[in-house]
Write a protein that binds this ligand. Structure first.
Ligand SMILES: [Zn+2]
Length: 241
């Protein structure tokens, strides 16, 4: 059976290909934690001691551009499902050990009947413009410029979360916020919604806690350290530039 072998939800075994690509598929059965993906292949968690000849474990993020976009998407799906399985072993209501339901993609409690589905944490990311300028931020311990982003909190809409994150991280108010696109964000289990917004008021300054620097750039002086090509931040920036 065609299988992806994960050592943990963000690392999987792979063989290098002669053309610089990666082949993360292996013909194996078994594995205690196994999930079937949308294309019928499967993914499983294997022990740390598990070794695959002529292969090595690689971080999920390193596969971008080294596998097809279809496989890239499936790796994310596999990662989120295996994370869910690893984190969902015991009933949150009564403490009994859960088992994998045979018909629904859910973990079921044999004692109280509780069902626990894979759960996503929504997050938002926003490209803020002011005339010809775009606002980028540099996180504390960061390695590239990025866009204002964060998790949606209880009781918030996506737009409200985006406005709050920009206010908290960069100290400015925005208007005309519009949804652009979204992307699964399996690090480990989010869904990232991307927005654009226009600057309204305030002086851009970093919060000094999470964010080290914020700065306005334009199309002619964009920094070299931009978001990774697989990220939604890159897509939002590319759409603008
Ligand atoms: Zn229970």
């Amino acid at each position: 059976m065609k299988t992806l072998l994960f050592t943990n939800p963000s690392t999987l075994w792979s063989r290098p290909l002669a053309d610089g690509g990666e082949n993360p598929y292996f013909e194996v059965a078994g594995g205690t934690v196994r999930e079937t993906l949308q294309d019928g292949t499967s993914a499983c968690l294997v022990d740390q001691e598990y070794v695959v000849p002529e292969a090595r474990p690689l971080p999920l993020r390193t596969f971008h551009g080294k596998v097809s976009p279809t496989i890239w998407r499936l790796l994310g799906e596999a990662s989120e499902l295996l994370y869910w399985r690893r984190e969902t072993r015991v009933c949150a209501r009564c403490g009994a050990a859960l088992f994998r339901d045979e018909t629904e993609r859910a973990m079921r409690c044999p004692s109280c009947g509780g069902l626990f589905y894979p759960r996503l944490n929504p997050a938002v990311i926003t490209l803020v413009t002011r005339g010809e300028d775009v606002l980028l931020e540099w996180k504390v311990h960061g390695s590239c410029w990025g866009l204002m982003a964060g998790f949606v909190e209880a009781g918030e809409s996506l737009e409200e979360a985006a406005i709050r994150e920009i206010r908290e991280e960069a100290g400015i108010e925005v208007r005309n916020i519009v949804y652009r696109c979204s992307q699964p964000w399996p690090y480990p289990n989010s869904l990232m919604a991307g927005f654009r917004a226009e600057y309204a008021s305030g002086e851009a300054r970093p919060d000094g806690v999470e964010i080290e620097k914020v700065q306005w750039f334009n199309r002619t002086n964009l920094p070299e350290e931009l978001p990774r090509p697989w990220s939604i931040a890159y897509r939002l920036l590319n759409e603008w530039r």
